[in-house]
Ligand binder design. Structure first.
Ligand SMILES: Cc1cc2nc3c(=O)[nH]c(=O)nc-3n(C[C@H](O)[C@H](O)[C@H](O)COP(=O)(O)O)c2cc1C
Length: 362
């Protein structure tokens, strides 16, 4: 394992929030050194750089913003059509279009860092060196609270195969970025792998502080009248409620196998969805595709999650993390050491118990 060349930064205090109402649940969480005033974030690529959504709600009320993927140079993205509706979901092949690092730093970051919400910059590259260079630029930029590494990018040195396709190439990217920055590093897992555990453990060993799960699933749509694929790129990434069961399983498996905190995402549209991810082991959650249906969805999810905690008598959201795990169930049955008891919420999870192999369907 490569050792970090840059010392880890002490966790920054969460950006100022309104004082909690008396009796309200404690919504604060810590995710791999990143302290958040509440666990509801917005997912990368679904919220741009937050600019447009300020017209709909006070974006600063969120725990944080995971901004659209940023590369060293501008990327033009894929030609249209690059969106297709799917049953209970969305297929996209945007192609990680973005204005590049110079414009992000000059035009977006100064405004983002004024918000009382954590700024998590999603980083992309086509080579390991590009990821490293992007991380180095952001390490120097004031107002960045954490980096999220999108390892689903095509690796041009390996014929366009995704870096996230194998634990070793994913770990190579993470180690290179780790060597450039002391910021908390969140690695975004792809669900397009049979070995979530192997991927999670490899990036943890390479220096990740947290994981996010999951990115989109490979899918496609066919236009039966025109007898051709709908998307210009043939394949796209499926997101939205259609992928929620897959994302929940990946969250559970990633958290239990790696011991790292996980930011869960994939089809979250309600506060109850968010609670399900937290029960599965997520320390925080992100809302993505739901904002295309309801621009207020992230704030509504936050309010509904808080109402859920009040309804269930949960004093702190951190107490719910992983509370659906079998060993936590046993503790609950045994009495006071269960969820809600002091010290019962693991920022680092115990290893997965035996007998948890994926069951056969059908
Ligand atoms: C239009 C669109 C653009 C996206 N762009 C990015 C991106 O730039 N970087 C990234 O890591 N994930 C990107 N994602 C994936 C989302 O962040 C999220 O992981 C995924 O959509 C699952 O969550 P959801 O079902 O709530 O949307 C994108 C998703 C969509 C729908």
């Amino acid at each position: 394992m490569e050792q970090p060349a840059v010392p880890p930064r002490p966790a920054a205090a969460p950006r100022p929030a309104a004082p909690p109402r008396p009796g309200a649940p404690d919504l604060s969480v810590t995710v791999g050194g990143l302290r958040l005033k509440n666990p509801v974030l917005v997912a990368s690529g679904c919220f741009g750089y937050g600019r447009e959504y300020g017209a709909f709600f006070d974006v600063g009320r969120l725990g944080g913003i995971m901004v659209k993927g940023v590369s060293l140079e501008p990327w033009p993205g894929n030609p249209p059509p690059r969106l297709a509706e799917a049953p209970a979901g969305l297929l996209n092949s945007i192609g990680l279009q973005n204005p590049g690092m110079d414009r992000f730093l000059a035009e977006e970051l100064p405004r983002l860092r004024e918000l009382p919400a954590a700024v998590i910059v999603n980083i992309i590259g086509r080579t390991v060196e590009e990821y490293r260079a992007v991380a180095a630029r952001l390490e120097e930029a004031p107002g960045v609270d954490a980096l999220e590494i999108n390892i689903s990018c095509p690796n041009i040195k390996e014929g366009g195969l995704s870096f996230g396709r194998s634990p070793s190439t994913a770990a190579e990217v993470v180690a290179a970025v780790r060597a450039e920055t002391g910021l908390p590093l969140i690695v975004k897992l792809t669900p397009n792998t049979a070995d979530v555990e192997g991927l999670a453990r490899a990036v943890a060993a390479a220096g990740a502080n947290a994981l996010s799960a999951v990115n989109t699933l490979v899918g496609m749509a066919i236009d039966a009248d025109r007898r051709r694929p709908v998307l210009s790129t043939v394949f796209g990434g499926l997101s939205g409620p259609a992928i929620k069961p897959v994302a929940l399983a990946c969250t559970w498996r990633a958290a239990r196998s790696s011991g790292l905190p996980v930011i869960g995402m994939g089809g979250i549209t309600t506060g109850r969805d968010a609670a399900e991810f937290i029960l599965a082991g997520a320390a925080a959650v992100a809302v993505g595709t739901a904002v295309f249906v309801d621009p207020l969805a992230p704030l509504r999810v936050l309010e509904e999650l808080e109402a859920f905690l009040v309804e269930k008598g949960v004093a702190a959201v951190a107490d719910l993390v992983g509370a659906a795990w079998p060993e936590r169930q046993a503790l609950t049955a045994a009495g006071p050491a269960g969820p809600g008891a002091p010290g019962s919420s693991p920022d680092r999870a115990p290893p997965a118990s035996a007998g948890e192999a994926p069951a056969c369907g059908g």
